[in-house]
Design a binder for this molecule. Structure first.
Ligand SMILES: [Zn+2]
Length: 146
C-alpha cells in the first residue's frame, strides 16, 4: 500500500464551470458569449467556460466591465473565443483582438485569478503545482498529505 497509489483527481483537475452558472453568464452577457458553445448537448464541438466554479464571480465581474466599456465604445465584432484556466490562471481569448481598454479589463481579471481559489472562490489563494498540474488554490482546497 502507498507506493504508486493514485490520489483521486478531484482537487487536481479543472472541471468545467457548472452548466447553470454558464447559462447565467450567457444570458447576462449575450454579446461576449455568442461564439462559445450554446448547448453542449446540441453542439458537441466547441467549448464553454473551462474553469472551475470558484472563478464564476470574477468572470461575471469581468463581463459586466466589458459590457460597460462596449456600451461606451461599441464593437459589435468583439466576443470571447475561449475562457479557460491555463497554468493555474485565467486566460481569456477574444476576437477581434481586444482594444487597449478591453485588454486592460481582462488583465485585471487575470490578476484577480492569481489570488482567487479556482474551485471555491476564496481569496488569498496561491499557485500550487501538484502532480504536474498548476492551479490557484486556497489552503483548504490544496491536496493533502504530500
Ligand atoms: Zn478553495
Amino acid at each position: 500500500m502507498g507506493i504508486g497509489y493514485a490520489r483521486p483527481a478531484n482537487h487536481q483537475k479543472t472541471a468545467p464551470v457548472r452548466t447553470e452558472l454558464e447559462q447565467r453568464l450567457r444570458q447576462a452577457h449575450p454579446q461576449l458569449f455568442r461564439h462559445l458553445r450554446v448547448d453542449p448537448l446540441a453542439v458537441p464541438i466547441g467549448r464553454g467556460i473551462e474553469t472551475d466554479d470558484g472563478w464564476y464571480e470574477l468572470i461575471d465581474r469581468l463581463c459586466s466591465r466589458l459590457d460597460e466599456e462596449l456600451a461606451r465604445t461599441p464593437d459589435p465584432a468583439f466576443a470571447f473565443e475561449q475562457v479557460k484556466q491555463k497554468f493555474g490562471v485565467l486566460r481569456v481569448y477574444t476576437t477581434p483582438p481586444a482594444n487597449a481598454r478591453l485588454t486592460g479589463l481582462i488583465a485585471d481579471a487575470v490578476g484577480e485569478s492569481r489570488t482567487t481559489c479556482e474551485p471555491c472562490g476564496a481569496t488569498g489563494a496561491t499557485l500550487v503545482t501538484h502532480a504536474g498540474t498548476m492551479r490557484t488554490l486556497c489552503e483548504a482546497c490544496r491536496p493533502k498529505g504530500d
